[in-house]
Write a protein that binds this ligand. Structure first.
Ligand SMILES: Nc1nc2c(ncn2[C@@H]2O[C@H](COP(=O)(O)OP(=O)(O)OP(=O)(O)O)[C@@H](O)[C@H]2O)c(=O)[nH]1
Ligand SMILES: [Mg+2]
Length: 337
């Protein structure tokens, strides 16, 4: 009989240590989780596994064929317009859009502001709701919404890697099931490796899925020590800098933001509170590993997003260059907040 890892969903096997689901033969009988999940949970040791696009497509096809309700999760700290525009076309299933990690966004920002922003995409979804698995915020409301709209007892949880899918399921296990089991979560990408069924109770079985890799996200290019500092864990305190042309903001030695042209301006940074920011003269030239320059003409009311790290809200028109590691995606969007 096929046995799956209760942590990540991979099929357990004891022959190929380099593949998903490996478990040493001595512990094979008793073990419920694979060696990778074990090392990740108890030693914080991470082995990167990349799902191919084809494998991901297969998983989506399997979900599509069921016609079951899908909960599509988007990290509120990583709202990406190009991802959102296509969300409702990804699957044929009825879908609820869930914005996760509400606790990271300043409390002063109303949920309705962000939800209205998403509504602007006119997506074909049943509803949009924001939650925080961490703070147990709106979990009850979402649970009721799920019960109301489910097509069968099976409900699929889908979204980019690191959106907080497995963390949400763990919260649901805690709130609505007698089970003590937990599934594996981590701040690094590709934690969940295959569909993983979790029966909560007689009314609901949640099915976790591996996230789609968001290629330009910092989680794919920075190492664990940097990520520990760069990924916010608490409510982000916006930091506003008055900035003149020919000045730069340096975000540690990770990002250089050059204000190249325009009148005196105001930049508000939404970043992990632990990252140090300095306002310095242009051409300060910090040493960024494999740097790449992105040039933008920014209009009033736009954000420059540094994927996974956060964003800069710019008050007035101007020209801005952002220098960052070549693998990191940088793009503009209309201001979310
Ligand atoms: N602040 C905050 N962090 C969260 C919340 N939910 C999840 N996280 C964090 O986000 C990171 C990713 O969480 P996971 O639950 O592993 O994400 P996932 O979507 O299952 O990721 P994959 O399995 O890789 O697709 C972890 O570091 C979590 O602690 C939340 O509500 N608030
Ligand atoms: Mg997961």
């Amino acid at each position: 009989m096929i046995k799956r890892c209760h942590g990540c969903g991979a099929v357990l096997q004891h022959e190929r240590p380099e593949l998903d689901g490996y478990i040493e033969s001595e512990v094979q009988e008793k073990a419920t989780i694979c060696k990778r999940c074990f090392r990740l949970r108890f030693y914080g040791d991470y082995v990167f596994v990349k799902k191919s696009d084809e494998e991901y497509e297969n998983i989506l096809n399997r979900i599509s064929q069921t016609g079951d309700l899908v909960i599509y999760m988007v990290d509120m700290f990583n709202i990406n317009n190009s991802e959102l525009k296509n969300v409702d076309r990804l699957l044929n299933n009825p879908m609820i859009l869930v914005l996760t990690k509400r606790d990271l966004i300043p409390k002063s920002v109303k949920d309705s502001k962000i939800i209205d922003y998403i509504r602007g995409f006119n997506l074909d979804v049943i509803d949009i709701i924001s939650i925080s698995g961490e703070k147990n915020y709106n979990i009850d409301k979402l649970y009721k919404m799920i019960l109301k709209h489910k097509k069968s007892n099976n409900v699929y949880i889908v979204g980019n890697t690191n959106a907080g899918k497995s963390s949400f399921i763990n919260k649901m296990i805690k709130n609505y099931s007698n089970d003590k089991a937990v599934i594996t979560t981590s701040m690094l990408p590709s934690t969940t490796l295959d569909l993983l069924e979790i029966k909560l109770n007689d009314k609901l079985t949640l099915i976790d899925s591996p996230g789609l890799i968001d290629d330009g996200n910092i989680v794919n290019s920075y190492d664990y020590t940097i990520l520990k500092k760069a990924l916010p864990k608490k409510e982000v305190k916006p930091r506003t800098y008055q900035i003149d042309p020919n000045h730069s903001l340096m975000i540690e030695n990770l990002v250089q933001v050059d204000y190249v042209e325009g009148s005196r301006n105001s930049f508000t940074l939404y970043l992990s509170n632990e990252l140090e920011v300095k306002n310095v003269g242009l051409n300060y030239n910090i040493k960024i590993y494999n740097p790449k320059k992105h040039s933008f003409v920014v209009n009033k009311g736009e954000d420059i997003v540094i994927s996974g790290l956060g964003w800069i809200k710019i008050v007035n028109d101007g020209r801005v260059d952002v220098i960052v590691n070549e693998k990191v995606k940088v793009y503009k969007r209309d201001s979310v907040i």
